[in-house]
Write a protein that binds this ligand. Sequence first.
Ligand SMILES: [Zn+2]
Length: 343
Amino acid sequence: MFETAIAGSLPKPAWLAETQKLWPQWKAQGEELRQAKADATLLWIKAQEDAGLDIVGDGEQSRQHFVHGFLEQVEGIDFEHKVKMGIRDNRYDAMVPQVVAPLRLRGRVHAFEAQLARAHTKRKLKFTLPGPMTIVDTVADRFYGGDAQGKVRMAMAFAELLNQEALALQADGVDIIQFDEPAFNVYMKDAADWGVQALERAAQGLTCTTAVHICYGYGIQANNDWKQKLGDEWRQYELVFPALARSSIGQVSLECYHSHVPPDLMKLLEGKDVMVGVIDVASDVVETPEQVADTIGKALQFVPGNRLFPCTNCGLAPMRREVALAKLQALGAGAALARERYR
Ligand SMILES: [Zn+2]
C-alpha cells in the first residue's frame, strides 16, 4: 500500500549540466558526456532507493529537457533553426525546433539509460516520455498546416513514434511507462476531444502499467505567476479526468499538496490508480513526514488505499540538488508513517 514514486525529473549534478535551469547546457561532450549521464543516473537511483521509494526512475539525467530529449531522435525536425514560441497557451516563451518533414524515429531514443537503470535496480522501474499533446505544444509546425486540424494529425504522428519507443522500453524491462501531459491542464477541451485518444495511441499494445502525469508545471516563476491567476479552486482536472477514467491508461497523477485542486476531483478517477502529489515542487521548504502522511490521509477519503500512490506534484529538475534529495526522503518517510497510521 502507498507505493511511492517521483513524477520523473531530478536535478542534474553540477558536473553534468548547468543547475537550476529547464534547458541546461551539458558540461561535457561525446563519450565523456555519456559516462557522466550514466554516473548521474546511478547516483539518483541509489538516492531514491535509500529514501525508501518503491518505484524508481532515471531522473531524466540523459535528456536536456523532458520534451526535446525525445525529439532529438526524430527525423523531420529541424533543430538547427529553433524559433521563439509562446508555449502552454503563451504562459512563457521557449526556443522550439520546427517540424519540417514527415516524422520518423532515427532509432532507439532512451535504450541506454533505460537498460542501465534496469540493470542496477530490482525495484519497479518507471520511465517517462512526453505525451503527444505536450510535444505538439512544444514544437513549431511548418509541415502539418499549422492549423487546429494539423495539430491533431501531428499529435497522432508523434503518438505512433512514442508507441514504438514505449514498446521497446517495455522490452527493456520497464515496469511503468508514464506520459507527461502538462498541456492537458491548459487546453482542457482539446485534451478531452483528442488528447486522450492520442495518448491511448501512444500506449497501444503495452502490457506493462501505463500512466499519465498532469500537473501545473515546474516550480518556475512563469508557472507560479500563472497559478496566482487561477483563482481559489483549480478545477482543470475536472474536464479531462472523466475522459481518462474511460481510457485504457492505468495510472493518473494530480497535484495535491499546496495546490488549490479540490481533493474530491479524485473521485472522478474511480477504477484508476491515482498518483497523489504530496510534495510541493514550487517551494524549497521540505515537507515533514507528518505533512506527507496528512496529505495521504486526506486523499484516502476519495481513493482506496491500494490505488493510492504518493508522488511529487511535478518533476524536481529545476531545484537545488540538496533540496530535491531532502524531498525524496520526506516522501519515503511520510509514506512509511502513513502505512502505520492508516493500515
Ligand atoms: Zn509535471
